[in-house]
Design a protein around this ligand. Structure first.
Ligand code: LLP
Length: 413
């Protein structure tokens, strides 16, 4: 890590190609009996080289914006292998997606369906769509990332879904032939998937009776990641519960899609930071690093836990597991904070860590998902570098921004 820090400076995101591929492969193998299309959720980690790595494994992409479509194209992904699942699709984005030939539009509302259909008609094109159904199932995760409950802004209530299919099922420009569900994320058991699938399968049968055939089912993403060791079921454990419910439909030709993000990327990346200062204030010891909520928003935004540890430690401090409480000798209690002018700028509060000194490198784990992709330039901090490690080589996949990058879009009137 010190070599990477020397070469690329800090803060810096460091990803492992092998881990990305391994996580993708585990999921693909676990769900292989359904022959699914895995549409990688670009929002979790959007760098083109990461998208390209996963596309080379056979992934399609889950897109939520024109910007993500642009990235998918640059990564060489076939748009026909993509779902476009934006929550507020603009007319321009719909046109771009139609032109590109995205595989499916995941539709959020009746009004959006009408708009997509009208735009497709005006372009003399035909597209396929899935209705995003809100099954009203609690994924038991943070309320900010819960999407499958009725009171959230996502999808169409399951009670209303049938009438939407009846009303729009015969549209000539937007062929409504699929169902999309995404419950939220991260989801640490198969149970919410099973509960919602049971509801969806009843809906599919009821539609079938009315002559409406569903030939695509997109289960969304949300599979967990080990922020602490062994926190998440294995891909095979999710699959064990989900696959049997869908095998019959899949064998009769229903296309099954998954939209994994975090489970592939979270532990394929760390955030490398440097300790700038250590100070005590009252009862507290603060370890101030060169990146905080600007480069990693999850702790301050969701209260999320990320394991943080110095890169170089004495033998007695080599961690055997990533856990909230580490039972090792001579740890000190610290707040790990960033350089941003906000009290809410923290990476960890009251955390036991080995003692560190100014200039030490520390690693924040589980940073590959929703780390760089949620980074921002608050306090005029340039975005960090991203590096992809492939066996023994470390390649820069996004250079650190410069001060000129910060201001290059502004007009100095
Ligand atoms: N599909 C849809 C429709 C989604 O909304 C999401 C995530 C995914 C797939 C991918 O979910 P994943 O497999 O990565 O869990 N910023 C938050 C997470 C927000 C997730 C938004 N939607 C965080 O840092 O935890």
């Amino acid at each position: 890590m010190s070599q990477i820090a020397e070469q690329f400076d800090t803060p810096c995101y460091v990803y492992s190609r092998a881990t990305l591929v391994e996580h993708y492969t585990r999921l693909a193998e676990a769900f292989a009996p359904l022959d699914p299309l895995l549409c990688y959720s670009i929002k979790s980690c959007s760098n083109i080289s990461i998208c390209k790595t996963l596309a080379e494994c056979g992934a399609g992409m889950d897109l939520v914006s024109g910007g993500e479509l642009h990235r998918a194209k640059l990564a060489g992904v076939d748009p026909a292998q993509c779902v476009y699942a934006g929550v507020g699709k603009s007319d321009a984005e719909i046109r771009q997606s139609l032109e590109a030939g995205v595989g499916w539009f995941n539709i959020e509302s009746e009004a959006e369906f009408e708009n997509v259909s009208a735009i497709a008609k005006s372009m003399n094109l035909i597209c396929k769509a899935a209705l995003r159904v809100n099954p009203d199932v609690d994924p038991k995760t943070h309320r900010y990332t819960t999407t499958g409950k009725k009171e959230t802004k996502f999808g169409v209530d399951i009670e209303r879904a049938k009438s939407v299919f009846e009303q729009y099922g015969n549209d000539e420009h937007c062929i409504l032939c699929g169902i999309h569900v995404h419950l939220g994320s991260p989801i640490y058991s198969a149970e919410p998937y099973v509960t919602s699938l049971r509801k969806i399968l009843i809906l599919i049968d009821e539609l079938d009776v009315r002559g409406i055939k569903i030939n695509m089912l997109d289960l969304g993403g949300g599979f967990g990641a080990d922020y602490e060791s062994d926190q998440t079921p294995l891909a095979s454990e999710y699959a064990k519960e989900i696959v049997p419910l869908l095998q019959d439909h899949a064998s009769k030709g229903m296309k099954i899609i998954l939209e994994p993000g975090r489970t592939i990327t979270a532990n394929a990346g760390i955030l490398l930071l440097k300790v700038l200062y250590i100070k005590t204030s009252g009862e507290k010891t603060f370890v101030t690093c060169d990146g905080g909520m600007n480069v990693m928003m999850r702790p301050s935004h969701y209260g999320a836990f990320h394991f943080i540890w110095p890169c170089s430690v004495k033998d007695e401090h080599v961690p055997q597991r990533r856990a909230k409480e580490m039972d090792l000798p001579d740890l000190i209690m610290v707040d790990v904070v960033g350089p941003i002018c906000e009290t809410g700028d923290f990476l960890a509060i009251d955390r036991l860590m080995p003692p560190v000194s100014r200039g030490d490198l520390i690693a924040l784990f589980g940073a590959g998902a929703y780390g760089m992709s949620m980074s921002n330039r608050y306090n005029s901090m340039p975005l960090p570098a991203e590096v992809l490690v492939d066996q023994t080589s470390s390649k820069l996949i996004r250079r650190r921004e410069t001060y000129d990058d910060l201001t290059s879009h502004e007009l100095n009137l």
